[in-house]
Design a protein around this ligand. Sequence first.
Ligand code: ADP
Ligand code: PHD
Length: 452
Amino acid sequence: MKVIKFGGSSLATGEQFEKVIKIINDDLERKVIVTSAPGKRFPNDTKVTDLLIQYAQIVMNQSDTQEIIQRITDRYQEIVDYFKLTDSTLKLIKDKLIKLSHDRFSDNDHLLAAFKAHGEYLNAILLNNVLNAQGIKSVFIDPKIAGIVVHGQPNDADISPETYFNLSKLSLPKDSRVVFPGFFGYSKNGSIYTFSRGGSDITGAILSRGLNADLYENFTDVDAIYVANNKIVKHPQAIKKMSYREMRELSYAGFSVFQDEAIIPAVKGQVPVNVKNTNNPEAAGTMIVPEQFIFDPANQITGIACSKRFSALYLHRYLLNKEVGFTLKLLKIFYKYNISYEHMPSGIDDLTVIFDRSKLDKDIIQKLCRDVKETLQPDYLEWINDYAIIMVVGEGIAHNINTIGKVIDSLTQNNIAIHMINQGASRISIMIGTQVADADNAVRQIYKTFFE
Ligand SMILES: Nc1ncnc2c1ncn2[C@@H]1O[C@H](COP(=O)(O)OP(=O)(O)O)[C@@H](O)[C@H]1O
Ligand SMILES: N[C@@H](CC(=O)OP(=O)(O)O)C(=O)O
């Protein structure tokens, strides 16, 4: 049995739905179908999830909702009209959207999560109706009925372990497909929580593990996962096979094609993942498998990613290495402000803490720097907003002593300054800090060195 997930680009229009139906029809093993919300139809389009965020903000500001409800309804209507479905499907979608603005939520975070989740919820209802209208038997399953239990933040949920017990008890209908909305689950008290952005990939992985799928097929809009982002490097080579942990490191550092948390349930269930193209389903795509199946000593690196979403706190103080409890005091300050950090490379008198900027607000940064100054009395402290991370990843890195030298040469020969370099914490990656303006060029130069 296969779990298949279609991304927003695969479900953005009636034409895209038509390709999806063919893919489902081509293989009886494609039993469980996970939907995203309708995504972008063209480069400057707005995803339905982003329209729903606008809708939530309008409701929070108590402004007029008519126009935004119409814009969202129009996205679904385009698909309803394409398949000439009865008016009842569109009415149901519009009624559910209107009802949202009258529902009561404990706070704005819960409100936002419930609004966002409706993108996938309504698209799953729509796909289910389209499939049945086309003579393909299918049933819609709500994550509440399946027992997808989550905890944590309403807009950045974590899966609760009982979900897997609940899924083990779920009996799938024998003669029909199942359509399942991605991206959200329910907290213990019944509130909707979403995963982080791109989180329909996570739902697909959870179902693959919980339902013991033989394969998790993740359909998107590219023929494969490429060695480097195709928006940075022209016509990059495709990766045929990669390990779970290579995927995790690369998606964390910018390969948005597969959400970085989504690999974890697949690893735990040892379900192989096949990333494929809805627009070219004949292409083999990329297989993501346990590391023992991919080892090739000649293969130095598998992928090069970059992400510009970071900031760093640099601090210098002589004899920092000798002071017992120095890092503990720093961590206590982060704890006080409820901030997690991403990386913390250090030297004898220096320490850099790297943060995900999207998780911080300006007020907190000021307070944090003030507290660090008062508590730790550094000789020098600097907040650096302009911070990118380049991640060079490959199972072969641990076995090729010259990889790091080649990476550094390709950057220095092109005048790209390296703020920080870290190899060893993970045996399969080299992490490099640069200025944001240098990041894309750094990826291109490393790509040239290893692949051209
Ligand atoms: N290394 C990479 N290989 C392939 N695609 C990548 C890579 N890095 C970034 N991407 C981008 O990821 C996009 C697909 O992810 P996403 O937009 O989330 O798709 P979906 O709508 O299917 O969820 C591709 O169109 C591509 O631009
Ligand atoms: N619709 C959600 C979840 C998701 O996974 O979307 P997509 O498959 O389009 O990346 C988002 O935009 O974040």
